[in-house]
Design a protein around this ligand. Structure first.
Ligand code: BJ8
Length: 425
């Protein structure tokens, strides 16, 4: 542990003792889940390095930015339009909230029957163990689900939080409300940063984020190939890192990784045999270090080839349509793009079912695992319709409800093994 990291964490009011335990727990998990894989692309070395110094270099960059008068804006949801933050010379950071470590910390305040993602994120603040939270000038929440919505009220007592109102429907009236929310968010960011968002700056920001989306699309398209050139775990990690790395560097790294994967594909080189069962995971997002489900699936010789989730296709599938250099049109294009994310917070949300069926075909999957965080009612209820739809389409489905703990790992393994057996025969 570099001394200057300790100095930085102290300045950020990190609880060093708990933080040591958090990082101490991460190392062995990463070793077991990631570094034990064989035949990994060399391009994953960058991501291993990022995780190896997860609270170091990037946090330092954020601190440097802040020392120069810049602002850091933390978010928890892919519905928050990051382009506006970039355009005001701020840095957006998608917070992780994928660890069990901070869950008990949150349970001292929040009801236990709250989803792990909400508890984990709140626990990070309460326990002062996340330097990204500590380095943020503003946390932007949203009204996507009731648990998050009410948690943000409490979080606001510890750190400034601004909440965007996300409508529940996708009617014209709802779209207008959302458009208004995007305009209001622009004002909030301008006030926070002291910088005016111009059409030119916003155009550059749209391009910056679109480039990263295109790189992620390319990575996912490579996963359509049989044999698949990259494991699901590695692809998930690359996506997870995109939430907080510098967008330009991230695009470069993804591009280098994809160049390497192109060569693997040309050579017919895969991470698993061509006949390995191909799985699509659909549902709640998986933030670092939530690699639990992928790890189990791939331990049994199957490969995860796609994630229909916010740490998957929902994050990058649509681009913001490039428009003329006119601020009003750009803001409208941003609002439209983000309203096209098929989160279970919307009703009805048939588009998500359509997406899963389409992706299942495009990625030639043998089965779908619906991944649901315990106490997440939106995804749990949507799974009912998902089940009906996939049955109609003849696509095998396994529904899983879990949390971040390892308590159910044995049971999950048994169910997943049985599901894969069923697919194989
Ligand atoms: S756009 S999926 S990132 S809200 S799992 S906290 S819904 S109780 S995370 Fe999400 Fe945005 Fe939607 Fe995506 Fe609530 Fe459910 Fe927990 Fe959830």
């Amino acid at each position: 542990m570099a001394n200057d990291n300790v100095q930085m964490w102290t300045e950020l009011n990190i609880d060093l003792k708990s933080h040591d335990m958090l990082l101490g727990a991460l190392g062995p998990i990463f070793q077991e889940v990631y570094l034990s894989q064989k035949n990994r692309p060399a391009g994953m070395g960058f991501y291993d390095f990022v995780v190896g110094d997860i609270h170091g270099i990037r946090v330092k960059e954020l601190r440097e930015h802040a020392k120069n008068g810049g602002k850091v804006v933390a978010t928890y949801c892919v519905l928050v339009p990051e382009e506006l933050v970039w355009a005001a010379d701020g840095i957006p950071v998608g917070l992780c909230a994928g660890t069990q470590f901070s869950v008990p910390m949150a349970e001292a305040v929040l009801p236990r029957n709250t989803c792990a993602l909400i508890k984990s994120s709140f626990g990070f603040k309460l326990g002062r163990v996340c330097p990204y939270v500590q380095a943020s000038h503003l946390i932007v929440g949203e009204t996507t689900c009731d648990g998050k919505k009410k948690m943000f009220e409490i979080l606001n007592q510890y750190q400034p939080v601004y909440v965007m109102e996300v409508p529940n429907k996708k009617t014209e009236r709802s779209r207008q409300l959302w458009h208004g929310e995007v305009l209001a968010f622009k004002d909030v960011i301008e006030k926070l940063t002291g910088n005016k968002i111009t059409a030119e700056k916003l155009g550059q920001a749209i391009d910056l984020v679109n480039q990263r989306r295109l790189a992620l699309q390319r990575l996912y398209n490579l996963r359509k190939v049989r044999p698949v050139p990259i494991s699901g775990k590695d692809a998930l990690l690359a996506t997870q890192v995109s939430f907080y790395d510098d967008a330009k560097r991230d695009t470069q790294m993804l591009t280098a990784l994809c160049d390497e994967l192109d060569k693997r594909v040309a050579a017919g080189q895969g991470v698993a045999p061509a006949n390995a069962p191909r799985i699509l995971i659909s549902g709640s997002p998986m933030a670092i270090p939530n690699w639990k489900l992928h790890h189990i699936v791939e331990t049994f010789g199957a490969v995860v080839v796609c994630e229909e989730s916010c740490t998957g296709t929902r994050f990058f599938s649509d681009l913001v349509k490039p428009t003329k250099k006119n601020l009003d049109e750009q803001l409208k294009a941003i609002a439209d793009r983000y309203m096209n994310i098929h989160c279970a917070c919307f009703t009805p949300n048939d588009e998500r079912l359509d997406d899963v069926v389409r992706l299942a075909k495009e990625y030639q999957v043998d089965g779908v695992i619906h991944y649901n965080l315990q106490f997440c009612h939106t995804y749990a209820n949507e799974a009912v319709n998902m089940e009906k739809r996939l049955e109609k389409e003849g696509i095998p489905l396994l529904r899983i409800e879990t949390d971040y703990s390892d308590e159910d790992a044995g049971q999950l393994r048994t169910r997943i093994e049985a599901f894969l057996e069923m697919i194989r025969h």
